[in-house]
Design a protein around this ligand. Structure first.
Ligand code: MG
Length: 397
């Protein structure tokens, strides 16, 4: 249904605010990240879906052109227009920019509501087609009282008839545009949402079901809640461990953690014998309860002879991605008397972070000797112990 009508539907995304209430930050709140992605990018991702909405017009502050370009990268959107001094003026600028495209329905949405769902947008479009003006509302669960100037209760309002109103608000395009133009002509610049302008212009505004998750990020604590919401989506935290050992043989270097370290011997093994990457691979597979490195890459298979172990770790990372998960942390301990690992520790961290596609702050490498005890103490080989912490969606049993 929405796919047939998507091209006649346009959205104005209001992202021109300066966002000072959201706390001490030199960037406006819509350009701050939650769960690794800016609010605006999350919002634009929804409205860039052409099957839902044919055109998306973002309204920004001229100072934020570069930040906008980052947030919109890869999305097919109309070039942004500049907002005005008020939210109302910014929406008006977005509507005027849409005039040449002659949409029949327009959605107006705040960039600071990044959790609106596809279903909510589809409901907004349907409701606007039926009634000409429609807004999402939620029943109020708190008791609401009006107060006087001294801070005393004036009256207790009838909760059943109250709704907390969200965006996207959806309207027949022409009547909303005309209402905005008329507000400018009549010097009215004090409307806090588009429904208020529509009501003032005499449109009947219907209310459809909003979403409790469609929060508006306004205050610093809203960012914490939003972060918790994105983490809640990946709240199934799992830990796996991996152990690997390779023996020394003839050679002039070892490869550990993807780093080539000159030494008087080499590690022997079927692949490049990178004991560190093998332990990490098994730790990740362990967190996924998804077999082990030997099951996925049998030593009997000649194609892994001399293979760079990057591909084993990458394979395990891809298994995490395929399940919608993320690596939270990798921790590797190398046990040997020689070569000295310490001088290569940060290079190993950088190498593992690069192969795994995660930040270096999520990779630990530690080294120890075994006080000349055991096979590592006798210099017969190197052992590695790894722990992986993985976040998965709650979708699985
Ligand atoms: Mg191995």
């Amino acid at each position: 249904m929405a796919s047939e009508t998507g091209e006649k539907v346009a959205a104005v995304i209001v992202a021109a605010g300066r966002g000072t209430r959201a706390g001490q930050s030199d960037v406006p709140k819509q350009f701050r990240a939650i769960g690794g992605e800016t609010l605006l990018r999350r919002t634009l991702g929804l409205f860039a879906d052409k099957t839902l909405c044919g055109l998306a017009q973002t309204v920004i502050h001229p100072d934020n052109t570069a930040l906008y370009a980052q947030a919109a990268e890869g999305f097919a959107l109309l070039p942004p227009v500049h907002g005005g001094a008020t939210r109302q003026a910014s929406v008006h600028a977005g509507l005027e920019a849409l005039v040449p495209h002659a949409p029949d329905v327009v959605l107006v949405h705040d960039a600071a509501r990044p959790f609106a769902s596809r279903a909510l947008v589809a409901r907004a479009i349907d409701a606007a087609r039926k009634t000409g003006a429609a807004i999402p509302g939620l029943p109020v669960t708190d008791t609401i009282k009006s107060i006087d100037r001294r801070g005393f209760v004036g009256e207790t309002l009838a909760r059943d008839s109250l709704r907390a109103v969200q965006t996207p608000q959806a309207f027949a395009f022409e009547p909303l545009l005309e209402a905005h133009r008329r507000a400018v002509r009549e010097g009215r610049d004090d409307f806090t949402d588009d429904a208020a302008i529509a009501e003032w212009a005499g449109m009947q505004v219907s209310v459809f079901d909003g979403e409790s998750g469609n929060i508006k990020i306004t205050h610093p604590e809203d960012f914490m809640r939003a972060e918790a919401m994105t983490m809640g989506l990946l709240g199934d935290v799992r830990t796996g461990s991996g152990i690997d050992v390779h023996a020394f043989g003839a050679g002039d270097h070892v490869i550990v953690g993807g780093i080539n370290i000159p030494h008087v011997q080499a590690l022997t093994g079927h692949s490049d014998a990178d004991v560190g990457l093998h332990a990490l691979t098994d730790a990740i597979l362990g967190a996924l309860a998804d077999g082990d490195i030997g099951a996925h890459f049998p030593p009997s298979d000649p194609q892994w002879r001399g293979a760079s172990s990057d591909r084993f770790l990458q394979f395990a990372i891809e298994r995490v991605s395929a399940r919608g998960g993320r690596i939270a942390h990798l921790d590797l301990t190398i046990v040997c008397e020689r070569p000295k690992i310490g001088p290569h520790r940060d290079a190993m961290r950088a190498s593992i972070a690069r192969i795994a596609g995660i930040d270096i702050g999520r990779v630990a490498v530690k080294a120890t000797t075994s006080e000349q005890l055991g096979f590592t103490g006798r210099g017969e080989g190197i052992a590695a112990y790894a722990t992986a912490t993985v976040r998965l969606p709650w979708s699985e049993p």
